[in-house]
Write a protein that binds this ligand. Structure first.
Ligand code: GDP
Ligand code: MG
Length: 439
């Protein structure tokens, strides 16, 4: 499967002390093939590989990691981002009951998952009501009632002669009167998406205004699951997806593509037929599972934390002494090119976060180039003490850097502001450093 292929790729990388650009290229080719083979949407694969390559080549010099570990870390980070970054939790209405509508194709696992969700909520001390809203499949109501018995959870049913819309409305009223926290509405599915199904689901939606519309999709169906999710989302604006049958021999493509293609977060994963086989979906854990290397990643995480701290400490020292010069500024700009956006670097420095929002403090690539040119055209003495830069010096610097006196004035003004703030924050940084030693 995907995990095995990626592990093979990374094992090959691991043997190497230093990675060349062609090593990275080769690894990325493997990652790309592995993802495509796992039935991940091709556009998603393309963007993913591009992002990883950009981050992997040249930059992110972490002394405590081997180059291979760094690549693995980047792949893991990006996989996590691809699946939404952080865990998406189930909605909770400010005023109960929270209305949850379960939708999806026939056989996806809606009814089973409705039961699992009830169990999950009960464990959190909630009081859910199951609603038998599938009136088309003869056994559907019975199936939910059996689940209700197992869970010792009430099931609201009106038989199969009442419309799903009326059932949903009546169930909501029942839940309000009896103080249920959650109303979980099971609905009918078809083997394929059709208009009649969508129209009916829309009517149920309009009737009860669900806080959450959860699309249940079968992970085994790979790209089809993504297609289904896309259509359901366009028609119903679903608020989340539940991937079922992740315990089976799935290739992982659905998990990796759904969020990226539809923008819908995966909220839960079904890991088996039993009622307790439902897990909140954690993108980071899923990424580790796909990479099959949870422990390694924790190690890498720790190494990285210590390196970032080292860097932050160095900068902090400078800040404390408030000896931030134009040379340091130039240094920083070089770092920016290597490491990414200036605001990211700034956020590593305790107390510097506040500067981020200030206009002109986060130059873009082109601006950085001009600023670098200006500072390079200064003499060491000028860089050490910008106050000696008078008008004739400015004219010389402008000529040397191919810029204008106005631009130099602007830069010096910005730098002056920055220095002022650095001084201000040096006190703050000291305090914060003591409090939590944040890096
Ligand atoms: P519905 O038609 O969408 O309501 O689907 P059902 O809830 O009836 O489920 C269809 C089949 O999928 C049943 O046999 C379930 O036991 C099975 N199923 C549902 N979720 C999972 C899961 O996470 N893992 C496995 N292995 N089977 C599941
Ligand atoms: Mg069903």
């Amino acid at each position: 499967g995907l995990a095995n292929r990626l592990q093979d790729t990374f094992n090959r990388l691991r043997g190497k002390g230093k990675l060349s650009e062609s090593d990275v290229k080769e690894a990325m080719r493997e990652v790309r093939l592995a993802l495509l083979e796992a039935d991940v949407n091709f556009k998603v694969v393309k963007e993913f590989v591009e992002k990883v390559r950009e981050r992997a080549v040249g930059q992110e010099v972490l002394q405590s990691l081997t180059p291979a570990q760094q690549v693995i870390k980047i792949v893991n980070d990006e996989l996590t981002q691809l699946m939404g970054g952080s865990q998406a939790k189930i909605a909770q209405a400010a005023k109960p009951p929270t209305v949850v509508m379960m939708v999806g194709l026939q056989g996806a696992g809606k009814t089973t998952t409705t039961g699992k969700l009830a169990q999950f909520l009960k464990k959190q001390g909630k009081y859910p009501l199951l609603v038998a809203g599938d009136v088309y499949r003869p056994a559907a109501i019975k199936q939910l009632q059996i689940l209700g018995e197992q869970l010792k959870t009430p099931v609201f049913s009106m038989g199969d002669q009442v419309s799903p819309v009326d059932i949903a409305k009546a169930a909501l009223e029942h839940a309000r009167v009896h103080g249920f926290d959650y109303v979980l509405i099971d609905t009918a599915g078809r083997l394929h998406i059709d208009e009649a199904l969508m129209n009916e689901l829309k009517m149920v939606k309009d009737a009860v205004n669900p806080h959450e519309i959860l699309l249940v999709v079968d992970a085994m169906t790979g790209q089809d699951a993504v297609q289904v999710a896309d259509t359901f989302h366009k028609e119903l604006e679903v608020t989340g997806a539940i991937l079922t049958k992740l315990d089976g021999d799935t290739r992982g493509g659905a998990a990796l593509s759904i969020r990226a293609v539809t923008g819908t977060p995966i909220k839960f994963a079904g890991m088996g037929e039993k009622l307790d086989a439902l897990e909140p979906f954690h993108p980071d854990r899923m990424a580790s599972r796909i990479l099959g290397m949870g422990d390694v990643l924790t190690l890498i995480e720790k190494a990285q934390a210590s390196v970032d701290k080292e860097k932050a400490v160095e900068l902090e020292k400078k800040i404390r002494k408030a000896e931030f010069t134009l040379d340091d500024f130039l240094d920083q700009l070089a770092q920016v090119r290597k490491l990414g956006p200036l605001d990211q670097i700034m956020s590593m420095i305790p107390g510097m976060n506040k500067i981020k929002g200030i206009q002109g403090m986060t130059p873009d690539e082109k601006q950085i180039g001009r600023v670098e040119a200006i500072i390079r055209s200064m003499t060491p003495a000028e860089r050490q003490n910008y106050k000696i830069i008078d008008h004739s010096r400015k004219q010389r610097i402008a000529r040397g850097s191919g810029t204008s006196v106005q631009e130099i004035n602007r830069l010096l003004k910005q730098f002056e502001e920055m220095q002022k703030m650095v001084k201000q924050f040096s006190g703050l940084a000291k305090k914060m450093g003591k409090k939590k030693g944040k890096g």
